[in-house]
Write a protein that binds this ligand. Structure first.
Ligand SMILES: NC(=O)c1ccc[n+]([C@@H]2O[C@H](COP(=O)([O-])OP(=O)(O)OC[C@H]3O[C@@H](n4cnc5c(N)ncnc54)[C@H](OP(=O)(O)O)[C@@H]3O)[C@@H](O)[C@H]2O)c1
Length: 240
């Protein structure tokens, strides 16, 4: 049986790398990062497709290459690449605002747009958008980041509904995942006082591991989750 092909953005480290490792045995992977140099570990048999998503022109050329090189047989997309530049809105430069909107929201939307036609023709496909708990709760000094992540949740729900209108019978699922505090480079970048504040709100009394998010994504991608659609799944140790 041919292996299904899955694109994972932001696969060079953190959650994206953990998701790549969790899927490598069962899927053919197309791995993305901002540049080839970002990959410190290689996954045998995977394809690499790089672009800096803070540049809308690079998003456009990435989508073009995705369609021409993998458009025929791509089964799923994990929109995971993301960036957070934490600052009071008053002091946030417009270029940082544009970069977060472009990487966290525009790129997932344009990639989804690039694959949706093929998914609706094939009547199968999965898109999993990696949002964040702060997309629902909001968070001081993360207003723009949180807004992009909230956008991903409603984008996923809306697109799932749209597919239901466009296709009578299909196996297309669009969903989002909202991790809480997970140990990655992004976690390491959070000031200690802020991290401790979050840790006090987690009933599990610890941050999550990238592998715990990856295993949930692997389940959601599989046919075992065939009736989970339009949902936003929290992976946050019960963060209150
Ligand atoms: N860690 C957490 O606690 C947490 C919690 C909630 C949600 N999330 C979300 O989970 C996702 C993964 O986070 P993470 O913690 O694994 O982050 P990370 O360790 O900082 O990794 C970020 C990934 O995104 C890519 N990326 C960043 N800026 C990019 C750009 N301009 N163009 C293209 N790719 C870019 C990076 O590629 P390069 O290596 O090339 O820079 C890297 O592969 C993000 O969407 C994040 O918002 C994380």
């Amino acid at each position: 049986m041919t292996r299904k092909k899955v694109l994972i953005t932001g696969a060079s480290r953190g959650l994206g790398l953990a998701i790549s490792k969790a899927l490598a045995a069962d899927y053919t992977l197309v791995l993305h990062a901002s540049s080839d140099a970002s990959f410190k570990e290689s996954i045998p048999g995977s394809h690499i497709l790089c672009a800096d998503f803070s540049d809308p022109l690079q998003i456009a050329s990435f989508c073009k290459r995705l369609k021409s090189e993998h458009g025929e047989d791509l089964y799923a997309v994990i929109n995971n690449a993301g960036m957070a530049i934490d600052k009071s809105l008053v002091f946030q430069p417009e270029r940082d605002i544009d970069a977060m909107i472009s990487v966290n929201l525009k790129a997932p939307i344009m990639i989804s747009k690039a694959v949706m036609k093929m998914f609706t023709v094939n009547k199968r496909g999965v898109i999993i958008n990696i949002s964040s708990c702060v997309g629902q709760s909001g968070n001081a000094f993360q207003s723009v980041y949180a807004a992009t992540k909230a956008g991903l949740v409603s984008f996923s729900k809306s697109l799932a509904r749209e597919v239901g209108v466009l296709c009578e019978e299909h196996h297309i699922r669009i969903l989002s995942v909202s991790p809480g505090l997970i140990e990655t480079d992004m976690f390491a970048g959070i000031p200690e006082t802020e991290r401790n504040k979050f840790l006090k709100m987690i009933p599990a009394n610890r941050p999550g591991k990238a592998e715990e998010v990856a295993e949930t994504v692997a389940f959601l991608l599989s046919d075992k989750a065939s009736y989970i659609n339009g949902a936003n799944i929290s992976i946050d140790g019960g963060l209150l």
